[in-house]
Write a protein that binds this ligand. Structure first.
Ligand code: ADP
Length: 446
């Protein structure tokens, strides 16, 4: 409807403007011709007007300076010799050009009045009136066309919005259906929405989210099943040992050995649950307050703690440290250094060697733990940081391992914005390298 109103009024203004130009041109021509006559008399005016046949208007009036008509083209009801008090003539007598136009009853009616001035003196007014039914018919026809076009357009718009809203709600239904399936734990129900609009993008984001949730759900299941399996083994041993003590007649010495075995299995259970708790803590995004940690001091503490184990396994520890400050929880760093060094001792050979190197390079603190031990086969290198992964199950179990130590180290390094890599030493053994961002003192000393 708005389009209809807008188009009609634009066309009407264009026709009015053309009408204005044409009527004004005619009035100016008549004014010029009249000003060439010596005196404005009824006779001379009539002669001038008659000589200008192309000024073909519905009504032409020429008045003197006091609004008395010297000429009126109307035959019946002529105003000649009478006062003509049309508003346009009155305004033109004030010295201004006037134009008026309207569209009414299928016709365009336009009027103009122009003052006749000679050397600044007002001589009279030329008044022209045109009543154009052809232009009126044109406007009416155009209005009818625009109306039918706008009605057709409006129907098309309504149909299109109906079509689009149906398509939109169908696509929304599909998304809702998938969200409901996902709520019920079915992550395989992907949304299939074609296109590049917002809804298609929402569908793609949703699918990615579902994939990630699916992966983390599988990881969680795997973790629970691995953890249960790990807990089951020492518990089964404890059960077996205690049953044997109860059912069999055995001497005090054997009984004691069995009870010591039970104690060892209980220790293993304790260590395992501690590691599981650490992993759960790492999985929860809970941030602990970071502190300034002197890395060399932490490394020294770990070495002091592990020297007895190294002595027991006949392994020597060489430690080289530089002053380096880190912004992290000290317990995290302790755990990282401890797990790597303990592994380096556990998976070493008799008379072997462990080297710990701590340096500060540019903005990084680099910790290297190298050993002369059994090494890690190249096909296992990619998996050693996975939870519950062990290269040699028997050796790991014998060494009291659970396959969780390196994954804890990996998660802790990541949590502190660092990187960890593993490589084989050319002379045999393994090198673990940890890069952590060094604490940078700001200029104001903070
Ligand atoms: P575990 O508790 O079994 O030691 P880890 O996650 O600490 O678990 O280590 C995973 C596996 O990687 C170990 O079972 C072991 O086979 C291998 N590994 C780790 N560190 C070393 C090392 N320094 N030398 C040789 N093998 C290692």
């Amino acid at each position: 409807m708005l389009l209809n109103v807008y188009t009609s009024s634009t066309m009407r203004s264009m026709i009015f403007a053309a009408q204005h130009r044409s009527l004004e041109d005619k009035a100016q021509l008549l004014v010029t011709a009249l000003l060439q006559t010596d005196e404005l008399q009824e006779y001379s005016v009539r002669q001038t007007v008659n000589s200008m046949e192309h000024i073909n208007t519905t009504r032409t009036i020429v008045t003197d300076e006091s609004a008395v008509a010297l000429y009126d083209s109307l035959e019946t009801g002529s105003a000649q010799g009478k006062l003509v008090l049309f508003p346009e003539i009155m305004t033109a007598l004030g010295g201004d050009d006037v134009f008026f136009c309207r569209f009414e009853q299928e016709a365009v009616e336009s009027r103009t009045a122009v003052p006749l001035m000679r050397n600044g003196e007002l001589l009279g007014v030329v008044y022209l009136m045109e009543y154009d039914t052809d232009q009126g018919a044109l406007i009416s026809a155009l209005q009818r066309n625009v109306l039918s076009i706008s009605v057709a357009l409006e129907i098309a718009i309504i149909l299109m919005s109906f079509f689009f809203s149906t398509a939109f709600s169908r696509r929304m239904q599909r998304i809702l259906h998938s969200v409901r399936s996902m709520r019920g734990g079915d992550y395989a129900n992907k949304i299939r929405i074609k296109g590049h609009d917002e809804l298609a993008r929402l569908g793609r984001e949703f699918n990615e989210l579902a994939e990630r949730l699916d992966a983390s759900e599988q990881q969680r299941r795997q973790f629970v099943s691995d953890a249960s399996h790990e807990l089951k083994t020492p518990l089964a041993s404890i059960k077996l040992l205690s049953d044997s003590i109860l059912q069999n007649e055995m001497d005090a010495q054997t009984q004691r050995e069995f009870i010591e075995d039970i104690g060892r299995e209980a220790d293993r259970l304790g260590r395992l649950t501690q590691k599981l708790l650490t992993l759960t803590k790492l999985d929860s995004a809970l941030e602990e307050e970071r502190e300034m940690t002197q890395a060399a001091q932490t490394v020294d503490k770990v070495v002091r703690m592990l020297r007895p184990l190294a002595k027991l396994r006949n392994v020597t520890i060489e430690c080289n440290t530089q002053d380096a400050t880190l912004m992290m929880v000290e317990d995290d760093l302790y755990q990282i250094v401890f797990n790597l060094t303990e592994n380096a001792i556990k998976y070493n050979r008799n008379g072997g060697w462990v080297g710990i190197n701590l340096t500060c390079e540019d903005e990084n603190v680099v910790l290297q733990v190298a050993d002369s031990g059994v090494g890690i086969p190249s096909e296992s290198m990619n998996y050693v940081f996975d939870r519950f992964y062990r290269v040699d199950k028997g050796r790991s179990r014998a060494a009291g391992g659970s396959g969780l130590g390196l994954s804890i180290v990996h998660d802790m390094v990541k949590r502190n914005y660092g990187e960890i890599t593993v490589e084989a030493r050319s002379e045999g053994g393994t090198i673990f390298t940890v890069n952590l961002p060094a604490f940078e003192a700001k200029e104001d000393g903070v």
